[in-house]
Design a binder for this molecule. Structure first.
Ligand code: NAD
Length: 385
């Protein structure tokens, strides 16, 4: 037989993505059917519930009552989903649990209930298991509500690097129920506001104005007793969705939502293991990066000094840090930028605000500017009351 070795093929296909993000008050209230909108229902149906340890202590009883009412068999996996345990061991543990549950491929969506760390791990496990099984996100932190639930990304940390292993794998649905915030520690409320502040500064002046006038009330009331709470959450989610809709697979590496994430990953990770500096939550690290990047803009004659002052004041009002030893260390900041450049395929692509609510991308930041910005950020911190 005469083989034709010169032949070649190209397979072109598209992967449509559609997922649902919905405000759903009291998601595990006995009369709320939302969570059962996907997968099989009624006798014989099953769900695997993967829940954060602290969240399980507060809400598991209610979740079980809910599943019993709807005659759903369940198995619960409790993960101590902290940033230091967002690793391959936890991922493998969860995958083994999924295997021993014998999860059906399409009609038993995993219920992921917890903060951003838990959602990231469950999302990755769901993506890997049988090359992808559905999962539903129920975020229980503010950061989870406004960012991780919508983000469509999954990850674990690896070799001391944040989110080094991961994938794009959105849940089939994410339900936003702010009543979970009632039990959240104040530091985690601030942390979530850090991601909201990012969105406000880079692309939403109206959101920034709300934070400026009502940030303190939002923070103190945990978004539960402030007339602007829903608007702030909705604007943040919508802002995120608008960015992702156009660029979910990050083909374009100029991403506004990377604001606050250019210099922060290394300081955040390193702060978890360095006893000599204050530990940073994700939202705290993002906030410091927001301020630092805004100071770069100021040095370049774009953002006014009043703009920087306003950002710092908002951060302070909601209990966020406005300085940190790592953000005064130009070598660490340069190291962080170099890692970011690899992530952005050789470009800096640094979003910086021109004025609050509008931005541009910078690709020529120098070490000297980083040094100057670090000093200037410290000076702003010292001078702003
Ligand atoms: N996938 C994405 O698009 C995306 C986007 C942003 C952030 N993230 C990831 O999210 C993580 C940060 O998430 P986070 O800020 O939610 O932190 P987290 O998941 O660590 O939760 C913070 C703390 O709050 C506790 N907690 C959670 N819900 C609670 C509740 N209702 N009441 C009381 N305590 C509660 C947790 O036990 C934990 O101690 C980071 O790892 C980050 O990489 C992912």
């Amino acid at each position: 037989m005469n083989e034709d070795n010169s032949r070649e093929w190209r397979l072109n296909t598209v992967l449509p993505v559609s997922y649902y993000v919905k405000n759903s008050a009291n998601i595990f209230g006995l009369e709320n059917p939302d969570i059962l909108g996907f997968g099989t229902e009624g006798p014989g149906s099953r769900r695997l519930v993967v829940i954060d340890l602290k969240v399980s202590e507060l809400y598991l009883k209610q979740i079980i009552e809910y599943l019993i009412k709807y005659k759903i068999d369940y198995h619960v996996v409790i993960l101590d989903a902290t940033e230091t345990k967002k690793n391959i061991d936890t991922l493998l543990y969860l995958l083994k649990e999924i295997e021993s549950f014998g999860l059906s491929r399409k009609n038993e969506p995993i219920l992921a209930v917890g903060g951003g760390v838990l959602l990231d791990i469950v999302g990755l496990a769901a993506n890997l298991y049988r090359r992808g099984v559905p999962y539903i996100c129920v975020p229980t932190t503010l950061l989870g509500l406004v960012d991780a639930s919508v983000g469509a990304k999954t990850s674990i940390n690896f070799e001391n690097r944040r989110n080094r292993l991961g994938s794009y794998y959105p849940p089939i649905a994410a339900y936003i129920d702010k009543s979970f915030l009632e039990t959240l520690e104040p530091i985690e409320i601030s942390s979530g506001i850090g991601e909201i502040l990012k969105m406000a500064v880079v692309k939403d002046l109206a959101l920034f104005e709300i934070l400026k006038s009502h940030g303190r009330t939002l923070y103190e009331s945990k978004f539960l007793d402030c007339e602007y709470a829903d608007e702030v959450i909705n604007r943040s989610v919508k802002g995120m969705i608008d960015e992702l809709q156009e660029n979910l697979w990050e083909k374009n590496l100029k991403r506004l939502v990377d604001f606050g994430h250019s210099f922060s990953p290394i300081p955040e990770m390193r702060s978890l293991v360095d006893d000599n500096v204050p530990t940073l939550t994700h939202g705290q690290a993002v906030t410091l990066d927001v301020i630092f990047s805004s100071v770069i803009s100021f040095i370049r004659g774009k953002l006014s000094s009043q703009g920087v002052v306003d950002i710092i004041k908002v951060a302070r009002e909601v209990g966020l840090p406005t300085h940190h030893p790592y953000f005064a260390d130009s070598n660490i900041l340069m190291e962080a930028l170099n890692d970011t450049i690899k992530h952005r395929n050789g470009d800096q692509n640094l979003p910086i605000p021109i004025e609050i609510g509008t931005s541009l991308f910078v690709n020529d930041l120098t070490y000297d500017e980083i040094k100057e910005a670090a000093q200037s950020m410290q000076a702003f911190h010292d001078e702003v009351n």
